[in-house]
Design a protein around this ligand. Sequence first.
Ligand code: SF4
Length: 406
Amino acid sequence: MLTEEARQELERQQYRIVGSHSAVKTCGWTKNMLRGQGGCYKLKFYGIMSHQCLQMTTSISCANRCTFCWRGYKAPVAKEWKWGVDEPQTILDGSVTAHKKLLTGFGGNDKVLQQLYKQAQQVKHVALSLTGEPIIYPRINELLKLFDEQGISTFLVTNAQYPEQIRDLSPVTQLYISLDAPNKELLKKVDVPLFSDYWERLNESLEHLARKRQRTCIRLTAVKGLNMVEPEKYAELIRKGGPDFIEVKAYMFVGASRQRLSAENMPLHEEVVAFAKEILEHLPDYDLVAEHIPSRVVMIAKKEYRKKEKTRDKDGKETVEERWHTWIDFPKYQELALAGKGFGSEDYLKPTPPSSVGISGNGTPTREEAVARKQEREARLAKMREQRNGKTAIVAAEDVEEAELD
Ligand code: SF4
């Protein structure tokens, strides 16, 4: 699949190639979490422990050449699978080994919370997204089963160019479809697809997404000056897919995308919030739930994820309050997935911690503000280490802090 030149280029960028078509790279948020600098937005929104997350793909090749992607144009593209097929067990073992090897340097590093480093040795989540198109690996369902057996939750992102594979996919903990434009012409410009029927493929993929019983999410990468238009058309496509969640996330000026776009294409957090609200005006069944300013992303959920809960105060007086339930009960998911009976998103949710909910009204911090926050956080961490004498570090939603500007 890879030319020697492309392989070397990927290795230089800290990717590790596993077998002949898979790859692993340590996520920046995994590193941040280990350093006590806060987890990723999926920790805040869904309860993913970023330091126990394996970021990988089962196919480095892709059928798009998205303008905003950090991949270079040397990365392989193809419409169909035309390579050898590695064994699912080999991919799983090889990926976990490569991931742990990449983390080795964190052990014994005094900037790293050693309790977290110890926990990181046990992978609990896999993000099948990194680069390329993971869903086209012909034995993806066998691999998903292996992840379930290992107690590893699965988040899989697809670019919506393979509707049949979406239809035939076994349950995943959360399935993502990328929606990069509100109309056919713009999708061609933004995603530069190889398929000539790319628009039909996207629409068919959304129809299959709507039939999934487990959690689904549609992700919009907002590129200022390019695709932050026609909110009503985005809403129409979203209604077709009927996802449980919608993420509107700013394009980040990184990697090879810098050759195609400029820093001005990166919307500010407040612009992302405003655009998400415009889309929401056309989606009465959804509400804005949470934000993660460092990633410039907001999460929208179906209103049915806000549930009534009974609580009693110390005098036994009962009150009913509404709470969002966007977090995942991971052990429950594994139990259900392995039982082999039908189940749906309702069966493995749990309450979102109050500290994770809400839109602050704050915008993207200036460089100076970000630096000041970083210093403040480092001082707090040093104090925490001192107090705990390096023994423990509690990982809880309340510990989620915002990392520095991406
Ligand atoms: S869920 Fe995504 S962003 Fe979060 S740690 Fe895993 S790979 Fe990184």
